[in-house]
Design a binder for this molecule. Structure first.
Ligand code: ADP
Length: 491
């Protein structure tokens, strides 16, 4: 593969700032690309909390021409890597503590359109070598709606880098009222239904979907699903129109952080040959969350944003029945207040069976992966999902709904897959509480058969979803993007 210069733009990246899977991807894919001998620079907004964690940063002079006063670039390194990091420092837009997208009340910042339009404009300026960096990429890899305007802006340039737009979740689109379009001072030619207009509103994600040279999403199944009305969020027509440029590449897992053999956040390291240490982590987990320490009681767990997408209502609908069995359930998550309080109520009603931890806690997430027996992901849709992939490596058997990346990563335990030793979890179809309950009961029946259970755990732990395979697939997508760009700009 030739070496390309890649500008990787994202609104979050672990360990600098993370709210979900996008953060994991943006923190690890650039490193995996660099390992494939690519020259990668990561560009992100300089949020308040990010600057605190970023270590040594240098200011790049001068201020950016053509941008509001005070907007400049900072340069550093993505922690624990050799990836060059550029931060768009615009204090009026990004110097706010907490979540990058939400205010302390949990609702969107009212100026999110302005914030991510500014970010996109600066990235486009860097991509066109107009930011005083003496560097121009061949590829600009944009992620989710926050970066959607980048391919749209670059499409107006005669000589430009190729663009790739990755959809991590089509349900988040960056939709704003039509007046916002005028307020953002965007080129008038972008206000068409072939571009940013979406039923009278401005859609940031459409900037990526309509203008990028290649579009990818984070699993092959989700790439198919989003072309249908059930999953396409009204964008299925556009996605079908551009189907030859749409592909699905499964997210990788960063096994330097998510492997029980060397995870620095868990008390006891283990592998498939030393599962007694997993049992020790289970006891530590039970103690930590205040449940009775009992080796023989299966511990079910979920770590999730508490939003409708994650199938939390299915879970809440089936848990009362599941709790009739001798089991424990641990929930770590935060999100919609009604869902948070439903779990708190359940924990209060079943103090010896249910533990609820409201909040975002990286260290507890690792302890749960290492100590639980079963991991539940009943998502209504799931672009890729990472926790089921982590669960496999931790010997924590996943129970998932057959959708998106969940369908692509977990093999249901059936008579046949148990016989040919490919089973890695429990997969169910219908998005209903009874279907989830049946899946729970199948999981419990398997748990009661130690030899088969060990086999499923062992097969899961052997699965390899490392970034290397996926990074190579992205390289192929970059080649396709370059070829499309050359074809399109000749026309
Ligand atoms: P999504 O991006 O839709 O939230 P993913 O499964 O792709 O879902 O990624 C979620 C990531 O965020 C995982 O690394 C998961 O462990 C982490 N995560 C989600 N909620 C929490 C939480 N409350 N505390 C710690 N980590 C969390």
């Amino acid at each position: 593969m030739p070496t390309h210069k890649i500008l990787f733009a994202a609104s979050e990246a672990h360990p600098l700032i993370k709210t979900g899977g996008l953060g994991d991807v943006a923190g690890s894919l650039p490193i995996a690309l660099q390992a494939q001998r690519q020259e990668v620079c990561l560009i992100m907004p300089a949020y308040h909390d990010l600057i605190i964690r970023a270590g040594k940063l240098t200011r790049i002079h001068p201020m950016l021409a053509g941008f509001p006063k005070g907007v400049r670039l900072l340069e550093g390194t993505l922690p624990n890597s050799k990836i060059k990091l550029w931060l768009v420092d615009a204090p009026d837009y990004f110097n706010r503590p907490g979540n990058p997208y939400l205010n302390p009340q949990g609702t969107d910042w009212p100026d999110n359109a302005q914030r991510f339009a500014l970010f996109s404009r600066v990235v486009a300026a860097v991509a066109m070598n107009k930011a005083g960096l003496a560097w121009q990429p061949d590829i600009v890899h944009c992620n989710d709606w926050q970066c959607g305007l980048i391919p749209a802006l670059l499409s107006l340039e005669a000589t430009r880098p190729a663009t790739v737009f990755t959809v991590h979740n089509l349900a988040y689109q960056g939709l704003f009222p039509a007046e916002t379009f005028a307020a953002l001072n965007l080129p008038a030619s972008l206000w068409t239904t072939d571009s940013l207009e979406f039923y009278g509103q401005v859609s940031f994600i459409k900037g990526g979907l309509a203008h990028a040279d290649m579009i990818s999403t984070v699993s092959p199944t989700y790439a198919q699903e989003i072309r249908t009305p059930a999953y396409g969020c009204g964008l299925e027509g556009l996605l079908n129109h551009r189907a030859e440029r749409l592909t699905g590449i499964l997210n990788g897992a960063d096994y330097t952080q998510w492997d029980p053999q060397h995870d620095t956040l868990i008390p006891y390291h283990y592998n498939a040959q030393s599962l007694q240490n997993k049992a020790a982590n289970k006891a530590a987990l039970q103690t930590r969350v205040g449940l009775p320490v009992a080796a023989d009681i299966p511990v079910f767990a979920i770590i999730s944003r508490l939003v409708e997408q994650k199938g939390i209502d299915l879970l809440l609908g089936s848990l009362p029945e599941l709790l009739h069995h001798k089991i424990q359930f641990i929930m770590l998550g935060n999100g919609e207040p009604r869902l948070e309080s439903a779990f708190s109520t359940l924990a209060a009603q079943h103090p010896t069976q249910v533990a609820t931890q409201i909040g975002f806690n990286e260290e507890l997430a690792h302890l749960i992966e290492s100590g639980a027996d079963l991991f539940v992901m009943p998502s209504l849709f799931e672009p890729c999902g990472l926790n089921q992939i982590y669960s496999l490596r931790y010997g924590t058997v996943p129970i998932v709904r057959r959708t998106g990346g969940l369908a692509d990563t977990v093999v249901d335990a059936t008579a046949e897959t148990l016989k040919n030793r490919t089973a890695t979890g429990i997969v169910f179809n219908e998005a209903t509480p009874p279907a989830l309950l049946t899946a729970f009961e199948r999981a419990l029946a398997l748990y009661q058969k130690p030899a088969l259970w060990q086999q499923v755990v062992g097969t899961g732990m052997k699965q390899d979803f490392s970034w290397k395979h996926s990074a190579k697939k992205y390289l192929a997508v970059y080649e396709q993007a370059i070829a499309w760009k050359e074809k399109d700009t000749k026309m």
